[in-house]
Design a protein around this ligand. Structure first.
Ligand SMILES: [Zn+2]
Length: 224
């Protein structure tokens, strides 16, 4: 019945690739294989590691792709954030999950925590894109997700109006943990894009204040 309904809806809304708008083949979801293969891989791990070295204690910091404005990958992320396209987040999360598993990184953590969005943003969007990515990772290898512990304050000034240094200070008070049920756990923080690292550093600090044993970081992509 489900298949019948799917093919029925495909008659009117054929499944097309989010990026190139061509029809999807069997087994492809949201992004076609050809577009996925065009995402530029990030091979220099130190680019990511250098954003955290000396800033916080961490086990590993991993990013899968390089982010470039107006690239195919940027279209995919735009669709996840602004077009209610959760499926694209699941596909990217699954890819990240497989990649983490292949590199023996998933077995080094106990729990995934998505970088939270503000309450206003959550209301507006209806979901947290980092949490959708966590759901994708969980589909490849079961691992628990804690989405109620790390919280984001909403009262802070807009980041874009501040300089780089004050941006770090501003973000520093942006995150806190509601309970300490994550004490002694090894946490993997998940976000879509890694820019300066300030947000993730601030999240990690809030987690350490709540008594976690170790924080690691993984994102879909990294901006150089
Ligand atoms: Zn495509």
């Amino acid at each position: 019945m489900k298949t019948y309904l799917n093919s029925f809806s495909n008659l009117f809304f054929p499944a097309i690739c989010t990026i190139c708008k061509l029809g999807l083949a069997d087994g492809e979801r949201s992004i076609c294989i050809s577009c996925l293969d065009d995402f530029p891989r990030l091979y220099q791990a130190e680019i990511v590691e250098n954003k955290f070295k000396g800033q916080i204690k961490y086990n590993f910091a991993f990013s899968m792709f390089m982010y470039e404005p107006k690239s195919k990958l940027s279209l995919a992320l735009k669709s996840l954030k602004y077009e209610q396209n959760k499926e694209v987040g699941l596909v990217l999360g699954e890819k990240l999950g497989n990649e983490l598993f292949k590199n023996n990184l998933l077995n080094q953590v106990d729990t995934l925590i998505p970088v939270p969005v503000t309450k206003q943003r959550l209301k507006q969007r209806g979901y947290n894109q980092a949490e959708i990515i966590c759901n994708g990772i969980q589909k490849t290898n079961y691992i628990s997700i804690e989405n109620q512990i790390l919280k984001r304050n909403s009262f802070l000034k807009s980041q874009t109006k501040l300089g780089r240094n004050s941006r770090f200070e501003n973000i520093d008070k942006a995150f806190y943990c509601e309970t300490s049920t994550i004490e002694n756990k090894k946490i993997l923080l998940i976000d879509d894009v890694l820019t300066t690292g300030a947000t993730l550093i601030s999240c990690a600090e809030a987690l350490y204040r709540a008594g976690v044993a170790e924080v690691s970081i993984a994102t879909i992509c990294n901006t150089v």
